[in-house]
Design a binder for this molecule. Structure first.
Ligand code: NAD
Ligand code: TYD
Length: 350
């Protein structure tokens, strides 16, 4: 049985990836290593938590001894590393957390993998799940390719860029089999309501204002989270050693246009008068260093691995809004911090 370590599996993308892998590969044992920060929620994995090929491990990737012990006591065939501090606004407020988790944490995992695998590197792979934000900001035209020079602007993107460099260095220096993916903005269920889409749905639900940064003209490329999980599965199994793959939805939206669409669908599903929640829009001071536009050229993953997004935006977006509206309890729990108190009690008492 293959042993696969996923880090950050209790978060948004990680939980979708774990659900996919646990169900698709009964012959793999999937270990989910997660610190359960505010963004990690085991509720996200309720449907698969009792599967015989799944084990949750609570732990911090920044803790070097713990990570070394974990690799020494297990025989992992591979790592898919997603654990990270992931929200740009928090990185502006508290950059050090990002540097510890995203840089030091990644270095700990690389080092432990190199040490544990050094006598048998064959068929062992380290996959770093990264972001398009490492490439910086685009003007009105063009798209990021795998050879676009790195130009990060926020502490978040700088920490992810730094960890990408470390991952490549472990390939070039020690021959570690690595792959990296740089993906655009994901949307879907179970995303913490600090990110644009779940935050705005939650605020509409609670008649709170919708804070649009600057003039709302920034552009993001949106990909359905399950399509991202499928791309990760494919790249992990079929991607070429040492390579980077850009992943995107080919689906660019100016923030204000996306927000208009979100308001329309949310009002419709809540049976409120059409466009009523538009009055909640409040233009606020722009995010510091706010990247204007991200766009992905995903031709490499399409041509080499035949990956393309499967879910059309209209379908995925409506499903997403619907999920948050049907899971108000989940939203309440994660915003009230009740679940965090529960974990603190449960794990600190052990
Ligand atoms: P998330 O914030 O929802 O989840 C992060 C998970 O990592 C949480 O479960 C958290 O508890 C865990 N974690 C944080 N610090 C940890 C630590 N020190 N030790 C162990 N676990 C820790 O993030 P997400 O949106 O699911 O993103 C996952 C990965 O994908 C990140 O690496 C992110 O940079 C990358 N990514 C995200 C997007 C996006 O749109 N969300 C796009 C491209 C790439
Ligand atoms: P976000 O979901 O934080 O993702 P990222 O910053 O990683 O792209 O934000 C998406 C876009 O929405 C980004 O341009 C910032 C903007 N935004 C707002 O205008 N208001 C908000 O309250 C948030 C959270 C984001």
């Amino acid at each position: 049985m293959k042993q696969l370590l996923i880090t950050g599996g209790a978060g948004f993308i990680g939980s979708h990836l774990i659900r996919l892998l646990v169900n698709k590969y009964p012959n793999y044992h999937i270990y989910n290593l997660d610190k359960l920060t505010y963004a990690g929620n085991l509720e996200n994995l309720k449907d698969i938590e009792n599967k015989p090929n799944y084990t949750f491990i609570k732990g911090d990737i920044v803790d070097t001894d713990f990570i070394n012990d974990l690799f020494a006591s297990h025989s992992f065939n591979g790592v898919i590393h997603l654990a990270a501090e992931s929200h740009v606004d928090r990185s502006i407020d508290s950059p050090l957390e990002f540097i510890y988790t995203n840089i030091v944490g990644t270095a700990n995992l690389l080092n432990a993998a190199r040490t544990a695998w050094k006598d048998d590197m064959e068929n062992r792979r380290f996959f770093h799940v990264s972001t398009d934000e490492v490439y910086g900001s685009l003007g009105d035209t063009g798209a990021f390719t795998e050879t676009t020079p790195y130009d990060p602007h926020s502490p978040y993107s700088a920490s992810k860029a730094s960890s990408d460099h470390l991952v490549r260095a472990y390939h070039d220096t020690y021959g570690l089999d690595i792959v990296i993916s740089n993906c655009s903005n994901n949307y879907g269920s179970h995303q913490f309501p600090e990110k644009l889409i779940p935050l705005f749905v939650n605020n509409i639900l609670n008649n709170k204002s919708l804070p649009v940064y600057g003039k709302g003209v920034n552009v993001r490329d949106w990909l359905y989270v399950e399509d991202h999980a499928k791309a990760i599965d494919l790249i992990y199994h079929k991607g070429k050693k040492g390579e980077t793959y850009n992943i995107g939805g080919n689906n660019e939206w100016k923030n204000i246009d996306l927000i208009e669409k979100l308001i329309e669908i949310t009002d419709e599903l809540l049976q409120r008068p059409k466009g009523q929640s538009r009055q909640l829009i409040t233009f606020v001071t722009d995010r510091a260093g706010h990247d204007l536009r991200y766009a992905i050229d995903a031709n490499k993953v399409k041509n080499e691995l035949s990956w393309e997004p499967e879910i059309h935006f209209d379908e995925g977006f409506r499903k997403t809004v619907q999920w948050y509206l049907e899971n108000e309890e989940w939203l309440k729990n994660v915003t009230s911090g009740d679940y965090q108190k529960y974990y603190d009690k449960m794990y600190n008492n052990r």
